[in-house]
Write a protein of this length. Structure first.
Length: 348
């Protein structure tokens, strides 16, 4: 009789048009010095249509990996693209491990990542363990122009600096959310961490179905920090984050679908504030709410500033979409702030 061995760690990998890097990602899990019998891999194909260099789609890549490594890997497929929040929700709900390791499909783990994270969780009783990360330049970096290379390097440096913000001291209870939102003593990335599955599931209870392609980590980690009992960090590099050349501040925007992806950040804050309003008033500190509102305003400001890079013939429709997502009065308020800042700078 076959007895199913319950895994200790579930590595959850959402996939959307990142097939060229998926096998590297999977191979990094296969190379772990953590017991294979105690690890499972959950891949969620979020209606991806990408292929690798050999023309293989997500399903074919997973099948080839499973045939070669005989690993405990399961594939789940969305019929339509639901976005990263929902792809991760599917993975967490289907996972069987005690702990969740979020791994983006264009990134990869260091060989000792799972062992180091799991040992720290067991030794400390933490339900969030954060490790360090490397920001890696994209494969096409050498083909970029000098200006583009400088921009990508700057992005990589900033991302690595942010990724490695970690509290040296353990954080307990309410200090975890305060540390994330107010003190900024650790980052809110889901990758590079090991998270107790029960804590993650409790966090997802606060999040309604939401489609977004920006700030996906923000809403999830906010409620993970809200539900968590203990956070610790380790000093070892366990994660490699691949810097891409996607939508950035200076990218020319020539399609409304591309613009909607940018504006979808508003959906994160709408869902976040809706859930906050339903919870008891004493659930959050005033300074935590101030920090979240400040981040919301900063994101809308970035969206408005990106309007400068929208194709001229799309600007009117783009602004209508911006107002649809963020609210007309809110957009006007932040536009006035930006204009006032500009006038202040010009007169100084």
């Amino acid at each position: 009789m076959f007895f199913h061995s319950k895994p200790l760690v579930s590595v959850c990998i959402p996939v959307y048009n990142s097939e060229p890097y998926l096998m590297r990602c999977l191979e990094s899990v296969a190379a772990q010095d953590f017991p294979a019998a105690k690890t499972e891999i959950i891949v969620v194909n979020d209606a991806s249509t990408g292929t690798d260099a050999n023309g293989n789609g997500c399903s074919a890549i997973v099948k080839a990996f499973k045939k070669q490594h005989k690993k405990n890997i399961r594939l789940f497929c969305h019929e339509k693209n639901k976005g990263l929040v929902e792809a991760r929700r599917t993975a967490i709900c289907e996972a069987e491990g005690d702990y969740i390791c979020i791994l983006d499909s264009d990134d990869w783990l260091e060989p000792d990542a799972l062992r180091l994270l799991y040992e720290a969780a067991q030794n400390t009783g933490a339900d969030i363990v954060q490790g360090k990360a490397n920001a890696v330049l994209p494969p096409d970096f050498s083909s970029l122009s000098t200006g583009e290379q400088a921009s990508v390097k700057k992005t990589a440096e900033k991302k690595q600096e942010t990724a490695n913000i970690a509290s040296k001291e353990p954080l307990l209870g309410k200090d975890i959310l305060k540390g994330y939102t107010v003190l900024r003593n650790h980052n809110g990335f889901l990758w590079g961490k090991l998270i107790l599955r029960d804590t993650y599931l409790n966090a997802l209870e606060h999040i309604p179905p939401v489609f977004c392609t920006m700030l996906e980590d923000t809403i999830q980690y906010f409620f993970i920090a809200f539900e968590a009992k203990k956070y610790v960090s380790i000093d070892e590099i366990i994660y490699n984050y691949s810097i891409n050349t996607g939508i950035s501040t200076g990218t020319y925007i020539n399609s409304l679908s591309q613009w909607e992806h940018i504006c979808s950040a508003a959906s994160v804050f709408t869902a976040l504030f809706d859930e906050i309003s339903r919870l008891p008033e004493d659930s959050f500190l005033p300074e935590e709410m101030f920090a979240v509102k400040k981040e919301c305003r900063a994101m809308l400001r970035k969206n408005i500033q990106k309007m400068d890079f929208v194709a001229p013939e799309l600007k009117k429709e783009a602004r209508d979409i911006l107002c649809e997502y963020w609210g007309h009065s809110f957009v006007q308020e932040i536009e006035c702030e930006i204009k006032a800042d500009g006038n202040s700078t010009a007169s100084s």
